[in-house]
Design a protein around this ligand. Structure first.
Ligand code: PEP
Ligand code: MN
Length: 337
């Protein structure tokens, strides 16, 4: 149950409400959401609270949510959440394209790719400075030096920067440089890290854990929203199944399902799902066709020498052609016939 307070309320009234909830023995969390103060009550529905609680004057409305995730739920907010940073807009019909290398390798590599993805229609640049690698011997990223290169790419191109953080300390550091902090699939259920993401004031791109159900995925997002950061972009990047032909399996049906369950914008990462460049365009077209709000795609100007994930990276010209087609698919779906 969500208790949404009026835009302007007296603190004393809110304290009365919280006191009544304590007396009621309710479990609740006080947070901000959609520009409002909201009390998330996790153990009762409106039919079960005392009439005294419902009558406290600072309450604008009480919303019952039947799912364990509450602030993420469609019931919490009727309109789609739109996230906007620099020229990057996503959600509510805005198809946002994020392109760039798996990892920041050098200033020249990053700036060259940034200019080309911008030309191709991307409005955000991706690139890892802190890399989660399966092998401890693999390239781990340029760390803060990489963040500085990304900031330079933003200054030169106007692209918003999306880059990953893997620890609580890294979230704070990455948030100083980036426009969107990415939380990777391996950390999708690192709850202390998600709480830290709730404290920062930059949007978070949260990848689906490769073994998470949709409900678990939304519960992870709920951690961030409950912490007070309601600017979350969900990212479907493929899940692990019995099939090993592609790196992961892209579950196309998760897109319309998530669009029904949540107001949060949702992008698809076809690169990590496919693991092989030849499948990336097809998965992107599928993503656009099933209603994704955008894409996060790996692009490299010399994939064969890339330090990470070259096998799944598109060349800039391939990316440009693909983005053009995706936009046509989105337009076709939005056209009223
Ligand atoms: C990435 O985007 O480079 C990445 C490591 O993705 P994931 O967490 O989905 O594997
Ligand atoms: Mn990668």
């Amino acid at each position: 149950m969500l208790i949404i307070l009026e835009k302007k309320f007296k603190e004393s009234q809110k304290q009365t409400l919280l006191k009544l909830l304590v007396e009621n023995g309710s479990k609740f969390r006080d947070t901000t959401f959609n520009g409002r103060q909201v009390i998330v009550v996790s153990d009762v529905s409106s039919g079960k609270i005392s009439s005294g609680i419902a009558k406290v004057p600072c309450i604008e409305r009480i919303v019952d949510v039947n799912e364990p995730y509450q602030l993420c739920s469609r019931n919490a907010k009727s309109s789609d959440t739109v996230i906007k940073v620099q020229d990057f807009k996503i959600g509510g019909g805005e198809f946002g394209v994020i392109g760039g290398p798996c990892t920041v390798e050098s200033e020249k590599q990053t700036l060259d790719i940034a200019v080309q993805v911008r030309k191709a229609g991307a409005t955000a640049l991706r690139g890892g400075a802190f890399k989660p690698r399966t092998s401890p011997y693999a390239f781990q990223g340029l760390k803060e030096a990489g963040l500085k290169i990304l900031a330079k790419a933003r200054a030169e191109t106007g692209l918003a920067i999306v880059t990953e953080a893997m620890s609580c300390d890294e979230v704070m550091l990455v948030a100083e440089y980036a426009d969107v902090v990415q939380i990777g699939t391996r950390n999708a259920q690192n709850y202390r890290l998600l709480e830290k993401c709730g404290e920062v004031r930059v949007p978070i791109l949260l990848k689906r854990g490769f073994s998470c159900t949709l409900e678990e995925f939304l519960m992870s997002a709920e951690y961030i929203l409950a912490g007070g950061n309601d600017r979350v972009i969900l990212c479907e990047r493929g899940i692990r199944t019995f099939e090993t032909y592609q790196r992961y399996t892209f579950p196309a049906g998760s897109i319309p399902a998530l669009k029904m369950l949540t107001h949060l914008p949702l992008v698809v990462d076809p690169s990590h799902a496919a693991g092989r460049v030849e499948f990336v365009p097809s998965l992107s077209y599928a993503a656009a066709a099933v209603g994704a709000d955008g894409l996060l795609v790996e692009v490299h100007n010399a994939p064969e020498t890339a330090l990470c994930d070259g096998r799944q990276s598109l060349l800039p010209k391939e990316f440009a052609a693909m983005v053009k087609k995706c936009k046509k698919i989105v337009k076709l779906l939005h056209d009223k016939d």
